[in-house]
Design a protein around this ligand. Structure first.
Ligand code: CAA
Ligand code: NAD
Length: 295
């Protein structure tokens, strides 16, 4: 069994930056690829801030933080990731984009290299089939915010080898996470259940069931959820949620996965949530204030 030393991360948005952070903090040399240096600068600033919080809380020493930052490098060339022992993909939720990157890497990576996608809603089989390493392809589904959420769903397709699955499971554990095995159905375990809930919360806003803050407050105080569904949608990203809903609706043809019109309209308006500064709430002020939606 080849030891995993080098980790490649495709994409350093919300998830890729978190995945790169936990990989570097766990001791792996971590090479990150995104489309521009500006995106990396923003991601690195977020990683530094997050590691600083862990140091503040005594969960990490200053020396461990510095060592983790040293293990992180960046490239704009996909082929550079060919030297990594595992590549975790976290680019935009788009099958064509993901498969173009996988195909570019497939011919160049070492035979033992594992390909792992962090997709929320695509089947892993749809990516594995685009490569010649169906036996070395898994899903590694992390949760947002990656440095804080303990779960990773480890997804095996019909072609994933037992050895690859075991290595991916062990890798997830080595990151300090709790892996669970999940079947390769769209949404795996968590999103199968979570996505209809989030979409229903948007439908509740559309139907005027209650105000946005009251819907959030109700689910926090009534069910003990750490954040309300509309705050969570802002965290996940409305653009990403829209893509996820479209993919899951196409897969299952069930109304509960259908993206509500309000979600689509907010995405068209650039109200993508925290990452764009505004979604259901406006994050330019602290505490965030409600965005007045014309509905
Ligand atoms: N790195 C390090 N520390 C961080 C951090 C980060 N990125 N973000 C927050 N923290 C720290 C804060 O500084 C804070 O520290 P103190 O206790 O010292 O104040 C602590 O963590 C708690 O943070 P907050 O007070 O800001 O907020 P919180 O208590 O609500 O906890 C949370 C934050 C862990 C995110 C919690 O709200 C939560 O669990 N929310 C739900 C998240 C969730 O459901 N994620 C799944 C999304 S779905 C998904 O990921 C799958 C998909 O495919 C879409
Ligand atoms: P994001 O929009 O924050 O980041 C996507 C990143 O992909 C961007 O930085 C973008 O520049 C980059 N990218 C686009 N084309 C690229 C290319 N050709 N090469 C390299 N990078 C490229 O999205 P995100 O929220 O980080 O989601 C990424 C993946 O993780 C998606 O598959 C999503 O479904 C999944 N996911 C998201 C969440 C969440 O809560 N947001 C949770 C779990 C899984």
């Amino acid at each position: 069994m080849t030891e995993i030393k080098g980790v490649g991360v495709l994409g350093c948005g919300l998830m890729g930056s978190g995945i790169a952070q936990v990989a570097a903090a766990a001791g792996y040399d971590t090479l990150v690829r995104d489309v521009s240096r500006d995106i990396w600068d923003r991601a690195r600033a977020g990683i530094e801030k997050s590691l600083a919080k862990f140091v503040e809380k005594g969960k990490l020493t200053a020396a461990q933080r510095d060592a983790a930052l040293k293990r992180l490098t960046f490239t704009t060339t996909t082929g550079d990731l060919a030297r990594c022992d595992i590549v975790v993909e976290a680019v935009t939720e788009d099958l064509e984009l993901k498969n173009a990157l996988w195909q570019e890497l497939d011919g160049r990576s070492a035979p033992a290299t594992i390909f792992a996608s962090n997709t929320s809603s695509l089947t892993i089989a749809a990516m594995a089939a685009a490569t010649r390493r169906g036996d070395r392809f898994v899903g590694l589904h992390f949760f947002n915010p990656v440095p804080l959420m303990p779960l990773i769903e480890v997804v095996r397709t019909v072609t994933t080898s037992e050895e690859t699955f075991r290595r991916a499971f062990a890798f997830a554990k080595s990151l300090g996470k709790e892996p669970v095995a999940a079947k390769d159905n769209s949404g795996f375990i968590v999103n199968l259940l979570l996505v209809p809930y989030l979409l229903d919360a948007i439908r509740a806003v559309e139907h005027g069931v209650a105000s946005v803050p009251d819907i959030d407050k109700a689910m926090q105080l009534g069910c003990g959820y750490p954040m309300g569904p509309l705050t969570l949608l802002d965290l996940v990203g409305l653009d990403t949620t829209y893509r996820i809903a479209e993919i899951m609706f196409t897969e299952y043809r069930e109304q509960r996965y259908a993206p509500p019109p309000l979600l689509k309209h907010m995405v068209i308006a650039g109200l993508n949530g925290r990452k764009s500064g505004k979604g259901f709430y406006d994050y330019s002020v602290d505490p965030p204030k409600l965005v007045a939606l014309g509905i």
